[in-house]
Design a protein around this ligand. Structure first.
Ligand code: NAD
Length: 258
């Protein structure tokens, strides 16, 4: 049976992914700040080390897939630390444990929010992986939560999507036989969005920003199934793709650009 690591496994999309993989007979090592096999806070260096050490210990040194799902949507610097640097630490930190697998796979969760307005300076700092400078920039953006603060989340997701494009074909990933891909969900009903979509008014406002003509707001399991395919044995040649699972928001916003 495959052994998969799922970060953010205690809630929402990560929880649904863990449940689906377990239903398929896989062993899952969950990582989260609570209710997980490996309890680790991915926002700082100590937590990122604890993640790698915990997974190494529990897996015996060999894993088959990494699903980097953990994330925050708050207009705060912590969102930069977890979404971008926590995700990179997960994938880069666990990559060597994938080398013993017959079918190693890596997937991260970006967002259709990568298509929404972002902060150019923050995206540039993430592009060069300068965490102290990126956190300092986010600190400034966070001072106006409603306006500039809202750019933080989109910036982290745009930077993640670009990171996948830059990394996927390198010797470390494709060259090592590891497909690296991302999913980019639209609005998914999870604790992250619960408050926003609780009222008709809230749903309408959000769907105006994130139009989902195909079937509207989705359940976590919809994203989990795509993640499980990208991270499963069947995926031998999908490489460096950002797969939108968004009810059409990407098509509406970007039209025929491919
Ligand atoms: P969620 O809040 O239900 O789950 C996120 C999980 O990540 C939680 O269990 C949380 O404890 C964990 N987490 C947060 N900070 C952490 C930290 N410092 N260290 C370790 N774990 C931490 O949210 P969700 O909607 O399931 O989101 C999962 C992923 O999907 C996120 O990356 C999010 O950005 C992305 N996403 C969500 C939506 C949506 O509409 N819900 C849309 C697009 C992308």
């Amino acid at each position: 049976a495959r052994t998969s690591v799922v970060t953010g496994s205690a809630s929402g999309i990560g929880k649904a992914t863990r449940e689906l993989l377990e239903l398929r007979g896989e062993r899952v090592i969950g990582v989260d700040v609570h209710d997980a096999e490996v309890v680790a806070d991915l926002s700082d260096a100590a937590g990122r080390t604890a993640l790698v050490e915990g997974v190494r210990r529990l897996s015996g040194g060999r894993i088959d897939a990494v699903y980097a799902v953990a994330g925050l949507a708050a207009p705060t610097p912590a969102t930069v630390a977890v979404n971008f640097f926590g995700t990179l630490a997960t994938l880069e930190g666990l990559r060597s444990l994938l080398s013993g697998s017959r079918a190693p796979r890596a997937v991260l969760v970006s967002s259709m929010a990568a298509l929404l307005p972002s902060d150019e300076d923050l995206v540039a700092l993430l592009g060069i992986c300068d965490e102290p400078a990126a956190l300092a920039r986010a600190e400034i953006l966070a001072k106006e939560p409603e306006t500039t603060g809202a750019l933080i989340y989109a910036s982290t997701k745009l930077a993640l999507s670009r990171w996948v494009r830059r990394q996927a074909a390198t010797p470390q990933w494709a060259g090592a036989g590891i497909p690296l891909n991302a999913v980019a969900p639209g609005i998914i009903a999870t604790p992250m969005t619960a408050e926003l979509i609780a009222t008709e008014q809230g749903r309408e406002a959000l769907l105006k920003m994130v139009p989902m003509p195909l079937n509207g707001i989705a359940e976590s399991a919809v994203v989990a199934k795509l993640l499980a395919w990208l991270g499963g044995e069947e995926n031998t040649h999908v490489c460096g793709q950002i797969v939108y699972v968004d009810g059409g928001s990407d098509v509406v916003l970007r039209g025929d650009s491919v």
